[in-house]
Structures are given as structure tokens and as C-alpha cells.
Design a protein. Structure first.
Length: 64
């Protein structure tokens, strides 16, 4: 039986919380921050993955 491999793009973007939920970082937080307003920068933090997507991501990252 071959080994299960994680999707390398997904494992860099998704992490597991202590309670077992999947979270990811929001976009638009890396550069060009001077021209973005405060609210836009404050909203872009981690976000919980929607439960309907969690099952699909469990196949991409089986070892999380």
C-alpha cells in the first residue's frame, strides 16, 4: 500500500486548532499595506474553514 502524501500547497496554508477545527490565513496582508485602510487590515486575520469544505481538505492534508 503506498503512503498517503499531503498536498504541499494546502499544508502551508491550513492549520488545525486545539479543538480540531481547520483555520487559514486571510489574503491581502503581505505587502502594499500603506494604502489599505485600517479596517481592511484588521479583518484579514485567521478564519475558520467552513464545515462543508473540511471533508475535502481532510483528503488533501491527511496528516494534520
Amino acid at each position: 500500500m503506498p503512503k498517503l502524501k499531503s498536498h504541499s500547497g494546502a499544508k502551508k496554508r491550513i492549520r488545525m486548532t486545539g479543538s480540531g477545527k481547520l483555520v487559514f490565513n486571510r489574503n491581502s496582508r503581505n505587502h502594499l499595506l500603506l494604502q489599505k485602510n485600517k479596517r481592511q487590515k484588521r479583518l484579514n486575520r485567521t478564519k475558520l474553514m467552513h464545515p462543508t469544505n473540511e471533508r475535502a481538505l481532510a483528503h488533501l492534508v491527511p496528516h494534520l
